[in-house]
Design a protein around this ligand. Structure first.
Ligand code: HEC
Length: 501
C-alpha cells in the first residue's frame, strides 16, 4: 500500500465538488487547501500537503522556441538566469505547512515510492486525491550509484557510510504523464504505462521496422519537472562536520592530486576516463554545523570547535585550517520526526542511530525541466554563500534576487545541451553535482554531462548500453551501441530504474 498518499479511484459523477477542490489546490490557492482539511482538528494535524506547481513570475515554463534559441547560441548568462528563476520558483513557500513550517514548493511533490507503486497506478492524476500526510522524504542512498551497467565497484560505494541520502520528486504534470496510458506508433490503439516494467517490455516489442532513433516513449509535457534532492544528517546536539566542496584537488583520493580543472573542462576526443573520484567522504574541507546558533555567514573554525565536532560524515577533513563554522540556518533544514528517524536508521543503519529532533540539512538538488525537447538540466549544491574555486563545476554567478535565504547559499551549473554549440559541435558541456557524480560508481563523473548520461536511459538496454564510459564526445540518439533493441525513456532514468512489475 502507499505510504502517505491517499489514492482513491473516484467516480466522476459523484465527486465533482471534491475534484474541484483538488484542482484548485493545484493552483496553490491557500483557501482551498485549508478547505480540503477536516474542520476542527488542531492545525498541525489537519493540514494536508497538496502538490503544487511552480507559481507565476518565475519564467516557467519558458516558451520552447525562445529558450532553445538561447541554448543554440550558448548564451550561458541567459541559461543561468533561467536556472536561477526555476530555483526561486521551486524554493518559494507553498501553501502547505508541515510541522509548523511552510514547505517549499518542491517538498509538496510526490516521491518515487508514491509514484512508482506496486501495482502501478494506471489512472489520471485528476481522478486521484494526491494530497499527502507527509512530504514523502525517502531517506535512501542516492540510487543512481547502484544502477550501473558493468561497474564492479558499485558495492564498495554502498559500504561507504556517507550519511548522504537522495531520492526523486516529480511535479504534478510529470506524475500525470507517468500514470497516464500512452499509445505507440505501431501499437494499434493499445496503451502502455511507464511505471510498469511489463508494460514497457510490451511496448519495446511493438517497434517492428521503426528506426532506432524513433524507438522512444511519448515525450513528457513541457511543464514536467523531475528532481533529485540530497540531504545529510546533523545531530541535535554538538557540532556535526559536513563535507565542503573545494574542487577535485581537495580530496584524499590520491588519483585527484594532479587533476587539472582546465583539462577536465576540455577533454580531447578519445581521452580515457579520469580515475579521480572525489566523493564527499574524501573532501579535505568541511563546515562544522551548529544547531544551536545562527550566523550570517561561515567563519573559520576554532581549535576548540574542531576538537569537539563529529566527523563521521566528513572523514577527509582532518585539519582545522580546512574547517569553517556556521549556524544551521545557513542550510535548508528540518527536524526528523520519530517515524522519519526510524526510516532513516532503517535505510542507513548508522552506528549510533538518529533520533527524533535530529536534523536533516539540504545539501544539493538535480533539477530537470521538459521546457525544451532534450530537457533543461541544472544542479545546485551548498557552498555556504561563498564562491566555488575555479567555478568548477559551477558558481553563484548571476543569482537572481528573487531567491530567499537560505536558498541563496547554493551554487549551480547548467547543461542545457551536450556541447557548447548547436548540433553537438564544439566542447562538451561539463556539469555535475559534487555530492553525486563524484562517486566511484560513476565512470568519468567529474567530467560528466547530465544530458549525455540521461540520453542513454532506456528499457531493454543492450549490453553495450547504460552509462557512458567517458564524456569526451556527445551521444548520438541513433547509435546502436546504446540503443539497439531498446526503447528510449525520454531522458528519464527513473522510468527504467523504478518501474514496478
Ligand atoms: C552517469 C549517469 C548520470 C549522470 C551523469 C547524471 N545522472 Fe541523473 N540519474 C541517473 C540515474 C541512473 C538516475 C535514476 C536513479 C534513481 O531513480 O534515483 C538519475 C536520476 C536523476 C533524476 C531523477 C529523475 C530521473 O530523470 O531519473 C534527476 C532529476 C537527475 N538525475 C538529474 C541529473 C542532472 C541535472 C545531472 C547533471 C548535473 C545528472 N542527473 C547527471 C544517472 C545520471
Amino acid at each position: 500500500m502507499l505510504r502517505g498518499v491517499n489514492v482513491m479511484k473516484r467516480k466522476h459523477t459523484l465527486i465533482l465538488g471534491v475534484c474541484t477542490v483538488v484542482l484548485v489546490g493545484y493552483q496553490g490557492n491557500p483557501l482551498h487547501v485549508t478547505a480540503q482539511a477536516s474542520t476542527d482538528a488542531p492545525y498541525e494535524e489537519q493540514q494536508a500537503i497538496v502538490p503544487q506547481p511552480i507559481g507565476p513570475g518565475f519564467d516557467f515554463p519558458a516558451e520552447r522556441a525562445a529558450l532553445q534559441e538561447l541554448v543554440d547560441a550558448n548564451d550561458v548568462a541567459a541559461m543561468r538566469e533561467h536556472a536561477w528563476n526555476i530555483w526561486a520558483g521551486l524554493t518559494a513557500d507553498s501553501a502547505s505547512v508541515y510541522q509548523n513550517q511552510p514547505l517549499p514548493v518542491w517538498e509538496t511533490w510526490l516521491s518515487t515510492e508514491q509514484v512508482f507503486t506496486n501495482p502501478p497506478i494506471e489512472i489520471s492524476v485528476h481522478d486521484v486525491d494526491i494530497s499527502n500526510e507527509n512530504p514523502g522524504r525517502e531517506f535512501k542512498d542516492p540510487s543512481q550509484f547502484f544502477h550501473i551497467t558493468g561497474a564492479e565497484d558499485a558495492e564498495e560505494v554502498n559500504e561507504v557510510e556517507s550519511g548522504i541520502v537522495g531520492f526523486n520528486k516529480y511535479d504534478p504534470s510529470m506524475v500525470q504523464y507517468l500514470w497516464d496510458g500512452h499509445s505507440a506508433p505501431e501499437a494499434h490503439g493499445d496503451e502502455y504505462f511507464y511505471t510498469s516494467s511489463s508494460s514497457l517490455t510490451a511496448l519495446n516489442e511493438t517497434w517492428g521496422d521503426t528506426a532506432i532513433i524513433d524507438r522512444k516513449v511519448t515525450d513528457a509535457s513541457n511543464t514536467a519537472l523531475e528532481l533529485k534532492p540530497v540531504m545529510m544528517w546533523v545531530r541535535a546536539e554538538g557540532l556535526t562536520a559536513i563535507p565542503f566542496w573545494q574542487g577535485p584537488n581537495s580530496s584524499t583520493d590520491s588519483n585527484c592530486a594532479d587533476v587539472s580543472v582546465d583539462e577536465l573542462r576540455h577533454p580531447e576526443p578519445g581521452q580515457p576516463a579520469t580515475t579521480c573520484h572525489p566523493d564527499p567522504s574524501t573532501w579535505t574541507h568541511c563546515v562544522l554545523v551548529d544547531p544551536h546558533n545562527t550566523t550570517s555567514g561561515l567563519q573559520p573554525a576554532t581549535e576548540e570547535q574542531f576538537a569537539s565536532a563529529d566527523f563521521t560524515e566528513a572523514k577527509g577533513c582532518i585539519d582545522v585550517e580546512n574547517a569553517q563554522y556556521g549556524g544551521i540556518n545557513l542550510l535548508y533544514n528540518f527536524k526528523l520526526s520519530a517515524s522519519e528517524a526510524v526510516a532513516f536508521n532503517e535505510a542507513q543503519g548508522p552506528e549510533k542511530p538518529a533520533e527524533a529532533g535530529d536534523y536533516m540539512v539540504f545539501l544539493a538538488m538535480h533539477v530537470n525541466t521538459k521546457e525544451i525537447v532534450d530537457w533543461t538540466w541544472q544542479t545546485f549544491w551548498w557552498q555556504g554563500g561563498q564562491e566555488t574555486p575555479d567555478a568548477y563545476p559551477g558558481s553563484g554567478a548571476g543569482r537572481t534576487d528573487n531567491i530567499v535565504e537560505p536558498w541563496t547559499n547554493y551554487n549551480m551549473c547548467t547543461a542545457y545541451a551536450q556541447t557548447t554549440y548547436p548540433d553537438n559541435q564544439g566542447d562538451m558541456n561539463v556539469c555535475f553535482n559534487p555530492y553525486l557524480e563524484t562517486s566511484s560508481g560513476i565512470p568519468d563523473g567529474i567530467r560528466s554531462n547530465c544530458v549525455t548520461c540521461h540520453a542513454a536511459a532506456t528499457v531493454a538496454t543492450p549490453e553495450t548500453g547504460g552509462y557512458p564510459a567517458t564524456y569526451n564526445k556527445p551521444i548520438d540518439l541513433g547509435d546502436p551501441i546504446y540503443f539497439d533493441g531498446a526503447t528510449k525513456t525520454d531522458f528519464s532514468w527513473a522510468i527504467p530504474s523504478n518501474a514496478q512489475p
